[in-house]
Design a protein around this ligand. Structure first.
Ligand SMILES: NC(=O)c1ccc[n+]([C@@H]2O[C@H](COP(=O)([O-])OP(=O)(O)OC[C@H]3O[C@@H](n4cnc5c(N)ncnc54)[C@H](OP(=O)(O)O)[C@@H]3O)[C@@H](O)[C@H]2O)c1
Length: 593
């Protein structure tokens, strides 16, 4: 039975239950009822709005069991536990004490707040001697964990010895120990009355299969708290990014210090956004290969890439949705820019499987917009309330903005990025005045390729008054696109002999010439003589064979990197309503290319 009611536990329902020694079943019931009522409030409060915007989307969310994560979840956070800013803990995974000592110094240099000493990683362990060294020599506060095999760790020995080591850690001055829910009651009882003032017990629950319902997690929180935990830790597994919303719903409303994590790559945002949603701490690995749990980012990425220290409950969340998405450099560009400009916003990697479910779940205005990449550029269209007319014609979007009323507006900034780069290339050559209409008007514009980028270029060129020709390996796709833009279609191989006039514009949007096939080119050098300007959408490498040969033929060349960077400017403008920090974007791009 619970004998201690920790002073930091602020929710009256918890404290009262603990003080009265309420039987665990009743305690669970209180907690479950609290959550049910709470969820009903959330659902009812937002149903009318949601129904008005997207009735089908909303009912899908309800039917599939994923509750929309709405504005009120964020707004009510001010009543939840808000202690010091979320701490960053770096787990030490060394197999010897000496390695751990080196690691703890590195963790401090990187900027972690706490080191997590994983005793179960040590190949040899002499509790008294090693704990004293590790705890006393640590330059940072220590969190000691001795994870048994049955909870996902590496320790297989005697349970009493394991708990003895944790008690010893407390005596040597550890700041925290992490104890598993299964043994927490017995452990907490054993240290009752002996706890140093600053010492805290984290009672943890791990689920390596899934993320339970909000009610079930709420029950677990109550169960953990009833053991006398100072800090509650729930680590579940995300099989979909929307699972993380259930963790946020728990942490944001928690009246007790709580660590909420959804493990796995689909749970990344649970770790990144813990300062926004009230997490007591989050874990950041020392380096990429040294994670203590699946999906853990490095401490360095948390701090430098995602601006972890700047995230707070009011931070607006942006990101790139895609699958795969981890390779995207967009978070780097946007986060660095947000920081420089002083915007309270963060831009994340969103690994999304089901776009509709994603938008229905993260429907709060705090999820203020996203970029959209393969394979979601077309599927995302169905979830929008408003679509820019050209993006609609192209049939693909890559930039989504949530309006203050919660509605979603989509754009295709790829075409703006590419076409403006080509226009500026032409203007630069003849000194034309940007105000004097598009230099593309009336030009013969040959697009190689009929995929996503091909569509953007063809529609964009047509919009500017060019005469469009589409050449593609698969003729049918060229024909379909050419018909839509009122142009002419041909096979890709025909383009070598196509020169009805001089001064044409060429835009390659096929992947021919892209890394690793850098010696390939979609058109002969001979044919390039008939073009005034050649653009290549490929940006890896920057200087493709096509562009090198075009330069040799005297054509103006426009790089794919220019399209990439300019589409980013447009996204930034749409997200923030401010001009993009163009110089900074360019500098970051060249630094991280
Ligand atoms: N710079 C930027 O910001 C930016 C933005 C978007 C895309 N891109 C680049 O543009 C290129 C295309 O991207 P996407 O999104 O449009 O891809 P996509 O939708 O898959 O289209 C690929 C296009 O390339 C053609 N293609 C592929 N392999 C070919 C081959 N061996 N020979 C001839 N044609 C071939 C395809 O022809 P079929 O129809 O016959 O398959 C299709 O027209 C990529 O290199 C991508 O990196 C750059």
């Amino acid at each position: 039975m619970v004998t201690e009611s920790p002073t930091s536990l602020k929710d009256p329902s918890y404290n009262v239950s603990c003080k009265l020694n309420t039987p665990p079943t009743l305690l669970l019931l209180f907690r479950t009822l609290f959550l049910h009522v709470h969820l009903l409030v959330l659902t009812n409060k937002h149903s009318p709005d949601q129904a008005q915007l997207k009735p089908s989307c909303h009912s899908l969310a309800m039917a599939s069991g994923s509750s929309p994560f709405t504005t009120s979840d964020v707004q009510t956070s001010s009543s939840g536990f808000r202690g010091s800013p979320t701490l960053l803990c770096t787990p030490l995974m060394g197999t010897t004490v000496d390695q751990m000592l080196v690691e703890m110094r590195k963790a401090k240099e990187i900027g972690a707040d706490i080191v997590g000493i994983r005793l179960d990683c040590l190949k040899q362990f002499s509790p008294r001697q090693d704990l004293e060294i590790l705890i006393k020599r640590s330059p940072l506060p220590t969190l000691v964990t001795y994870r048994p095999k049955w909870e996902g760790g590496q320790y297989e020995g005697d349970e009493n010895k394991r708990q003895d080591a944790l008690r010893l850690a407390m005596e040597f001055g550890a700041d925290y120990v992490d104890v598993e829910l299964q043994v927490a009651q017995e452990f907490n009882k054993s240290i009752d009355g002996k706890k140093p003032e600053k010492f805290k017990v984290i009672v943890s629950y791990h689920n390596f299969h899934d993320t339970p319902s909000v009610e079930a997690i709420g029950d677990l929180v109550a169960k953990i708290q009833a053991t006398g935990a100072d800090i509650v830790k729930i680590a579940t597994t995300a099989s979909d990014i929307t699972d993380v919303a259930r963790i946020f719903q728990i942490t944001v409303h928690s009246q007790v210090p709580i660590i909420g994590i959804a493990m796995g790559e689909r749970g990344l945002i649970s770790r990144l956004l813990s300062p926004k949603f009230g997490g007591y701490l989050t874990y950041g690995a020392l380096e990429a290969g040294a994670t203590s749990a699946p999906g853990q980012p490095t401490a360095k990425d948390l701090l430098d890439l995602y601006n972890f220290r700047l995230i707070n409950p009011d931070t607006k969340v942006y990101g790139i949705i895609g699958k795969p998405v981890g390779h995207s450099k967009s978070p780097l560009l946007f986060n660095e820019s947000f920081k420089k400009v002083g915007l309270n916003s963060v831009y994340l990697h969103f690994l999304v499987d089901d776009v509709e479910k994603f938008f229905n779940t993260y429907s709060s205005i705090d999820f203020a917009g996203c970029s959209c990449t393969i394979p979601h550029k077309e599927a995302a269209l169905k979830c929008m309330n408003e679509i820019d007319p050209i993006a609609k014609k192209i049939g693909a979007i890559n930039n989504i903005v949530r309006r203050p009323d919660g509605t979603l507006t989509a754009y295709n900034t790829d075409y703006i990025g590419a076409i403006s780069a080509i226009e500026d290339g032409l203007r630069g050559s003849n000194g034309a005045n940007p105000g004097a209409g598009s230099p593309l008007a009336g030009k013969l514009f040959v697009v190689l390729g009929a995929g996503g980028a091909g569509k953007s270029l063809a529609y964009g060129a047509k919009e500017k008054g060019a005469r469009v020709v589409v050449a593609n390996r698969t003729f049918e796709r060229a024909k379909e696109l050419a018909d839509k833009v009122g142009g002419k279609a041909m096979h890709l191989h025909e383009v070598n002999d196509f020169h009805p006039e001089e001064g044409m514009i060429l835009a390659n949007t096929t992947s021919v010439g892209m890394k690793p096939n850098i010696d390939a080119t979609p058109i002969s050098k001979e044919a390039l003589k008939h073009y005034t300007l050649v653009f290549d959408a490929i940006y890896t490498p920057k200087d493709t064979r096509l562009l090198r040969e075009a330069r040799e033929c005297g054509a103006i060349i426009v790089y794919g990197t220019e399209m990439l960077i300019r589409q980013g400017f447009e996204q930034y403008k749409n997200f923030t309503g401010l001009p993009a920090p163009e110089e900074l974007f360019r500098e970051l791009m060249s630094r991280h290319a």
